[in-house]
Design a protein around this ligand. Sequence first.
Ligand code: F0G
Length: 454
Amino acid sequence: MSSPSTSAPDARHAVFRCIACGDLSDGASQDFRCARCGDLLEITYPSWKESKPDATRLQAAWHDRRASSRAVDLSGVWRFRELLPAIDADQQVITLREGNTPLYELPQCSRITGVAPLFAKHQGMNPTGSFKDAGMTVAATFARRAGFHWVACASTGNTSASMAAYAARGGMRSLVLVPEGKISWSKLSQALDHGAVTCQLRTDFDGCLELLQQLVRRAPVYQLNSINPFRLEGQKTLAIELLEQLDWQPPDHIIVPGGNLGNSSAIGKALVEMLHLGLIPRLPRLSVIQAEGANPLVRTLREAAAKRLISVSPETRATAIRIGNPASWKKAANVLEASGGACEQVSEMEIAQAKAEIGAEGIGCEPASAVTLAGLKRLRQQGFVKPGETVVLVLTGNLLKDPDYTIDFHRGELFEGTRDQQASAALDSLRHPPIVLDATLDAVIRTLEQAEKS
Ligand code: F0G
């Protein structure tokens, strides 16, 4: 079988560039690696060198599109299409009206951390409940435009849910490779409902991704992991929309969870491009937080000065970021350096506590997203984040993405058998277990009175 080509949409507008040797090309192979040196590709816009888009006109056009009823304008991704690879016609776009996610203030977490103002950019409010949709609308659009019938991904759950939805909307078939027993049921259920051929492989995420790399070299299947640079172009819009919501005044810090490290790379790329185009006057510091048990970037920066990747055998209940061999580690290391950001790790108990604290704000998120608040606490202790600075936490997934985790936490079953009594006591005040009662008015009133006292 011969594969359709994955050439750049408009060679005048967007080309592929290798992040290591800088080689430029109009097309990319199925594994999205440089034909010369094998490193990752990114999308670049050479025309910006000769004629930069005008920042004020861009801001005005993006603002005006909010009043439009065209699908491409209603999408919080395609609304910013001047900073994306060009499409020929609106009808090509596969959209679920992604993006347009809220920026919330977090007054209680602000008190806890001593940071004000503190915001959450909630990407869990996307159509399939995670930040993946912003990248998927772009990459799925270009998959279909290139003539692919099949799309595929390896996933810890959210990518597969998003890919399955966009493939279904775009009339394509989808193949999902997930680690058996290591993704949440709600994410798995989304892939099933949207018609993906779903393979639960007896390996971890890294094993799934490795297999996918081999598969795309053998079969005409379009890879929709974040190695695909079109994904990262879409995910850039998170940062553009955020800055628009802040009236183009950059926050001091943006804090993001790190797994396969596509999202941090995309946000960093957006920030650098926005600075270049004059949309913002300076770069915020972009920091990446990982779970202690899945901390390859932390170790790579600390122990190998970003010269080579230190892989780990990942283990964390924040299954979305249970990744030991992140594909985009070089891109992430580059954007951390460019923005002067930090890379930190947090414990399972810190994650659980932070997740409950975000939940208590009436917002909620999945465990992987809560590493941002836990990380902020550490960065505050270290003096890296200072009290008067503006901080934005990127919440990547919806609370409903992993109900088992939340229920285990509130029932006190998440850390059963732990010897860390002091840390467990700190979590107890945040627990709200369900109460089983006889169905009598007295029983309910007694419960209400007890709750009032506590
Ligand atoms: N948060 C959530 C909720 C995620 O699902 C992921 C990654 C991340 C953070 C980390 O983002 O990989 O760009 O550094 N989930 C992928 C998936 C790997 O398959 O759904 P990253």
